[in-house]
Design a protein around this ligand. Structure first.
Ligand SMILES: Nc1ncnc2c1ncn2[C@@H]1O[C@H](COP(=O)(O)OP(=O)(O)O)[C@@H](O)[C@H]1O
Ligand SMILES: [Mg+2]
Length: 354
């Protein structure tokens, strides 16, 4: 189902929970709605579902405005973290619930539930009650129940938040494969950036009721449009006065500009390790943290501390050691603009690694 949302607003009394949010979603896409708690993600989802009325704005499904359509007529399936299964119903009865409401025949119901039980790997569990299942299995039942009436849009609100890390990881992969196989348009809410990056085709970053950016995980990572997005996705150091760093003096033309530097944009090493030694400047190792597959290094240049990584194969560094530092690029932000600044002393633009 193609979705078009225009200038969506939700106010709770004086409080503006969702502000002028507009986006469109192509049929069959899996979208991650990502942002800190309290940002308005659930409110957006509830308006799409018809469980909350927008203060203003339009919600259009498949070319038809659905603002006034009740939830059961919107062709939507939900999986919510706290949208519990019916406790006294078996797995079979839970999945069959929406079909019974639609007054389907016993035969039709049996056929559909059997298909879903197989699809979700719940064969053999049909007659169990929810308390006889693991958390992961329960969420798979919730997923099957949501899919039973063949919705055209699936809404998942932090479906794995209450499940422990290892199982959550398995469920993510499972969910992504499942949704790809079914080709159903889906919106997946999470506050966990790794989860969003891993699961979604496209991410929408929501903060304080506003849509900050929409794009593929990689696009958002490499071209964040706001300071919030840059610091929320991936790791980085924020630098108050980047014009003090060699190669970035031109930033002083933009008073009040802030810079954000990703670890992979910083190179450290002995002078002979650099192609363009003249672009480096002296720094000092402040701290080293072993991260299992690499070192996380805190390095100071003047009064600026930067964070970067160093591979285990290279010479081991020591705190206090003098080292050369080359900052390849930075994201610069003012209140209403953002851009990438390359180190002007480098000859070649930085190669982009994924
Ligand atoms: N029914 C409501 N009445 C008043 N305030 C609400 C209501 N629902 C949500 N809010 C407020 O709106 C903001 C956004 O909430 P929510 O959409 O649940 O955010 P998220 O899902 O991103 O954590 C929060 O500050 C929350 O307290
Ligand atoms: Mg929420």
């Amino acid at each position: 189902m193609h979705i078009e949302v225009t200038q969506l607003n939700k106010q709770f009394g004086e409080f503006h929970a969702v502000q002028d949010v507009s986006f469109s979603i192509e049929k069959g896409r899996l979208i991650g709605l990502l942002g800190p708690s309290g940002g308005g993600k659930t409110s957006i989802l509830r308006m799409l579902a018809g469980l909350e009325t927008p203060t203003s704005g339009d919600i259009v499904f498949h070319g038809k405005r659905v603002n006034d359509l009740p939830p059961q007529e919107r062709g939507i399936g939900f999986v919510f973290q706290n949208y519990a299964l019916f406790k006294h119903m078996t797995v079979f009865e839970n999945i069959a619930f929406g079909l019974k409401v639609k007054k389907q025949s016993k035969e039709q119901i049996r056929e559909r539930v059997t298909t879903l039980v197989e699809l979700t790997g719940l064969k053999g569990f049909e007659h169990r009650l929810p308390h006889q299942l693991s958390g992961g299995q329960r969420q798979r039942v919730a997923f099957a129940r949501a899919l039973a009436p063949e919705p055209q849009l699936l809404l998942l609100d932090e479906p794995f938040a209450a499940i422990d890390a290892k199982i959550r990881q398995e469920l993510r992969t499972w969910l992504k494969e499942m949704i790809e196989r079914l080709g159903i348009t889906s919106i997946f809410v999470t506050h966990d950036q790794d989860e969003a990056i891993e699961v979604a085709d496209e991410i929408m970053i929501i903060n304080k009721g506003k849509l900050e950016q929409k794009g593929s995980p990689w696009d958002i990572y490499k071209s964040p449009q706001t300071q919030f997005v840059a610091s929320f996705i991936g790791e980085s150091t924020i630098v108050e006065d980047i014009s003090k760093l060699k190669g970035f003096e031109a930033a002083s033309a933009h008073p009040g500009v802030k810079a954000l530097i990703r670890p992979e944009y910083i190179e450290i090493g002995k002078l002979h390790e650099f192609k363009i030694a003249s672009a480096t400047e002296p720094g000092r190792i402040k701290q080293l943290h072993f991260r299992g597959s690499e070192w996380m290094v805190e390095v100071t240049v003047g009064d600026i501390t930067l964070i970067t990584y160093r591979s285990l194969e290279k010479d081991i560094l020591q705190p206090g050691e003098e080292i050369n530092v080359l900052v390849h690029r930075a994201y610069l932000f003012t209140n209403d603009e953002s851009w990438i600044m390359e180190n002007r002393l480098k000859e070649d633009p930085m190669p982009v690694h994924i």
